[in-house]
Design a protein around this ligand. Structure first.
Ligand code: 5RP
Length: 262
C-alpha cells in the first residue's frame, strides 16, 4: 500500500490494534476475514515475531490462513483446536445490541462456525459500520449451487411475510461468473434496506432448503471495538454494559504498513 492511509483504513487499523491487546499468551484465537481482520492478523503477527506472543490461530478463510502463516502465526483447523478462547472479526454492520451483518467478504459460514465455538467474540469495525437498524448493507446468505435460482425464488417469497423493507435477492458475481465461497457455494445478497426482527429473519431464512447459512449474527458478539480516523477507539462490552475509550498512535513508517497485499 503506498501513500497515506485513508481515515477509514486508520479507523480499521486502530480498532484491530486495540483488539490485539486482548489476546494473551496461550490463547486459541479465531481469526476473522476482511480488511479490518487483516490488520488484526498483521498486528498479532508482529506481536508473535517481536514480543514472543504464543498463540494458535484458527482462520476463517483461505485468505486469512495464508496471511496468518505469512506473518508468522501458528495456524490450526477448528477441528484440531476444538474450542477457542476468543474470536476477533470484522463486520459489515452492527446495531446497539451488537447484532451483526457479516459476509461482505464471502466468509460468513466459517466465520459463524468459528465464532460459535469461542468463549468470546470481539468485533472490530470503523465507526461507519454502526447502524440503528440492520439492513442497509445487503444481507449475504450462502446457498448451495444446485438449484440456486429456485432457492432464490423461495427466499424472495419468504421475505414477503418478513419485517423487512426490500425483498430482492441477487447472485454475487466474481467477474463474469458467480462468486464461489471456500465451501464451493454461492452467495445471494438480500437487499432488505431495514430488518425489523433480525432474530426471526435469521431463523426463518435458515429453514429454506438450499440455504446453508445467513450473515446475521444475533447474540454472538460480546464486545465491539470501534475505530475512528483520528486514532480514537471505543470498546463497548455488551455483557458488562461498559464503554471505554482509548487512543492509538500509528506510525506509517512502521513495518506493519509496508508491502500490504489485502
Ligand atoms: C467477511 C466479513 C467481514 O468481516 C466484513 O465484510 C467486513 O469487512 P471489512 O473489514 O473489509 O470492512 O464478514 O465475510
Amino acid at each position: 500500500m503506498s501513500g497515506e492511509l485513508s481515515p477509514i483504513d486508520k479507523a480499521k487499523f486502530v480498532a484491530a490494534r486495540r483488539a490485539a491487546d486482548m489476546v494473551e499468551d496461550g490463547m486459541r484465537v479465531g481469526l476473522g476475514t476482511g480488511s479490518t481482520a487483516a490488520w488484526l492478523v498483521r498486528c498479532l503477527g508482529e506481536m508473535v515475531r517481536e514480543d514472543g506472543l504464543k498463540i494458535i490461530g484458527v482462520p476463517t478463510s483461505t485468505r486469512t490462513a495464508e496471511l496468518a502463516r505469512e506473518v508468522g502465526i501458528a495456524v490450526m483447523s477448528l477441528d484440531e483446536a476444538k474450542w477457542l478462547d476468543l474470536t476477533i472479526d470484522g463486520a459489515d454492520e452492527f446495531d446497539g445490541e451488537l447484532n451483526l451483518i457479516k459476509g461482505g467478504g464471502g466468509a460468513l459460514l466459517q466465520e459463524k462456525i468459528v465464532a460459535s465455538a469461542s468463549d468470546q467474540m470481539v468485533v472490530i469495525a470503523d465507526k461507519a459500520k454502526e447502524v440503528e437498524s440492520l439492513g442497509a448493507f445487503p444481507l449475504p446468505i450462502e446457498v448451495i449451487p444446485f438449484g440456486w435460482q429456485t432457492t432464490q425464488s423461495l427466499v424472495e417469497e419468504t421475505l414477503i411475510s418478513m419485517d423487512v423493507l426490500g425483498r430482492t435477492a441477487t447472485l454475487r458475481m466474481d467477474g463474469s461468473g458467480p462468486y464461489i465461497t471456500d465451501e464451493g457455494n454461492h452467495i445471494l445478497d438480500l437487499h432488505l434496506t431495514r430488518i425489523g426482527n433480525p432474530r426471526q429473519l435469521a431463523l426463518v431464512i435458515n429453514q429454506i432448503p438450499g440455504v446453508v447459512e445467513n450473515g446475521l449474527f444475533v447474540d454472538m458478539c460480546d464486545t465491539v471495538v470501534i475505530g475512528y480516523g483520528d486514532g480514537k477507539v471505543e470498546v463497548r462490552d455488551i455483557n458488562e454494559g461498559t464503554i471505554e475509550t482509548d487512543r492509538i498512535d500509528f506510525v506509517e513508517s512502521d513495518n506493519l504498513f509496508k508491502d500490504l497485499s489485502d
